[in-house]
Design a protein around this ligand. Structure first.
Ligand code: K1U
Ligand code: ZN
Length: 172
C-alpha cells in the first residue's frame, strides 16, 4: 500500500473541480487504489476520501466513521448513487482534507438511500443516516467536482480559499 498526496484547493483546484468518470470493472487494480486511499485517509486523518482527492478522476470513495474508537470499519463505494434523499435536512460542521483547517456548517439531507458496488463489485442498496449520510453526500459531491465550501456564501468560500493559500505560503 502507498500513501498518496492529497490535493488541496491552493494548488489543485482545477483537478478537484473535475467530474469523475464511472468505473467499468472492480478489479485488483481498483482494489489497490482503494487500499491506498484508505491508508492515506487514516494517515491524514480523515473519515472519508474520494479518489479525485488523490488525483484519480474515478467514482470511488472510501470511508471509516469509527474515528479510531474501537476496531476499524472501512467502507468502499464504487459508482455510488443517491436514489432518494429526505426533504428533512440537518446542519453539520464539516471539514475537508482538500480545504485544510477550514470548518463550516452545511445543511444536507438527514437520510439518503444509496446504491453502490462494494470492494468485491457486489451491488449494495442501503439507507444512510447520521454522520454516514452527511459524509457520503460530502464525498459524492467530490465526484461531481463540488467542495463543501461551494455550499457556503461566496464571501465565506473566497475567505476559505485565501486562508488555505496563505497557510500554504507559510509552510513553503
Ligand atoms: O472528504 C474529505 O476531505 C474528508 C472529510 C470528510 C467529512 C468530514 C466531515 C463532514 C463530512 C465529510 C474529513 O474527514 S475532514 C476530517 C474529519 O472530519 C475528522 C478527522 C479525524 C477524526 C474525526 C473527524
Ligand atoms: Zn472533502
Amino acid at each position: 500500500m502507498t500513501l498518496r498526496p492529497i490535493l488541496t484547493v491552493d494548488g489543485d483546484l482545477a483537478t478537484l473541480k473535475r467530474k469523475s468518470a464511472p468505473v467499468a470493472e472492480v478489479n485488483d487494480g481498483l482494489r489497490a487504489l482503494m487500499d491506498d486511499m484508505l491508508e492515506t485517509m487514516y494517515a491524514a486523518p480523515g473519515i472519508g476520501l474520494a479518489a479525485i482527492q488523490v488525483g484519480v478522476p474515478k467514482r470511488v470513495i472510501v470511508m471509516d466513521l469509527a474515528r479510531g474508537e474501537g476496531p476499524p470499519q472501512p467502507r468502499h463505494f464504487v459508482n455510488p448513487e443517491i436514489l432518494w434523499a429526505s426533504e428533512e435536512t440537518v446542519p453539520y460542521e464539516e471539514g475537508c482534507l482538500s480545504v485544510p483547517e477550514i470548518f463550516d456548517e452545511v445543511e444536507r439531507a438527514t437520510k439518503v438511500l444509496l446504491r453502490y458496488l462494494d470492494y468485491y463489485g457486489e451491488a449494495v442498496e442501503e439507507e444512510a443516516d447520521g454522520l454516514y449520510a452527511v459524509c457520503i453526500q460530502h464525498e459524492i459531491d467530490h465526484l461531481d467536482g463540488i467542495l463543501f465550501i461551494d455550499h457556503l456564501s461566496r464571501l465565506k468560500r473566497d475567505r476559505a480559499v485565501s486562508k488555505v493559500k496563505k497557510a500554504a505560503r507559510v509552510v513553503a
